[in-house]
Design a binder for this molecule. Sequence first.
Ligand code: UDP
Length: 327
Amino acid sequence: MSKVLVTGGAGYIGSHACKALRAAGFTPVTFDNLVTGWRDAVKFGPFEQGDLMDRARLDEVFAKHQPVAVMHFAALSQVGESMSEPGLYWRNNVGGSLNLIEAAVAAGCDQFVFSSTCATYGDQDNVVLDENSPQFPINAYGASKRAIEDILRDFEAAHGLKHVIFRYFNVAGADPDGEVGEYHQPETHLIPLMLDAIEGKRAALTVFGDDYDTPDGTCIRDYVHVCDLVDAHVLGLKWLEDGKGSRVFNLGTGSGFSVREVLDHSRAVTNRAVPHEIGARRPGDCTKLVSGSSRAVEELGWQPERSTLDQMIADAWQWHQTGHYDG
Ligand code: UDP
């Protein structure tokens, strides 16, 4: 079976990608430093512990496994933290990705699937964002991801590195089989925090601002199910294998939900009240991020199956009640 090197394969999205790759007939080789990932989440192929800042370790892993492609998920991904610690984001995300890209090219591995973000677009006056929208990130997280997109383009021009860039909107939900799920320590994302508040694991959810220029004053995001998201990655890999060349795809549903709407749906799905309070805006937050593109559907043949908000909350709720990792 062809091997795919999955950086961040012990993390939330990477572990779901490993499951999808395995189901599609690939062997996913997880490369992860376990700073935010979990050894227990590596269930579908070999594990190689290592850090993207360690070029020698990367070279060793490429030589050992000779992957046909790389799927690069490993990154720091918290908007708030990126505003207070930008150096971390530039060093780890950009420096680490550059090491990985150079190691791939040196090893002759010329297919690269990259997880980028809608945060590269920034705040664009309530417009719907498609792949041709200009990119003006307003936080260091988005800026670091945009820089990696630029590196990939330069490496294609110079070294023929074919790449698919996926710009994710807000990823949610969990594997309905309960094998893997979202488990961050500490947690910073909206839906798992809501579920924690419902269960009394934290006092109340703080809504980060209700004075935005949106119908109910809270930020609007486009949520996509992690299983649908990783299915798109497998299609992206096939796209590259078919020689279709480098391409950017948004991954979102085109439907935006405000924080208040997510609260309302969470209450309806779980049948439990969500304790919450209104707090200050979080630095770096965009008012509205909604994907306006059908490119992934039309060109990749992507068909999201679980990405209704209620299904995502239900799958996350199931995982929340039953799943966790010990290490
Ligand atoms: N959010 C919130 N309270 C929280 C966490 C998040 O109000 O404790 C809001 C956040 O301001 C944003 C949305 O929920 O509008 C999604 O945030 P998350 O951190 O889940 O993802 P991001 O959009 O930053 O990638």
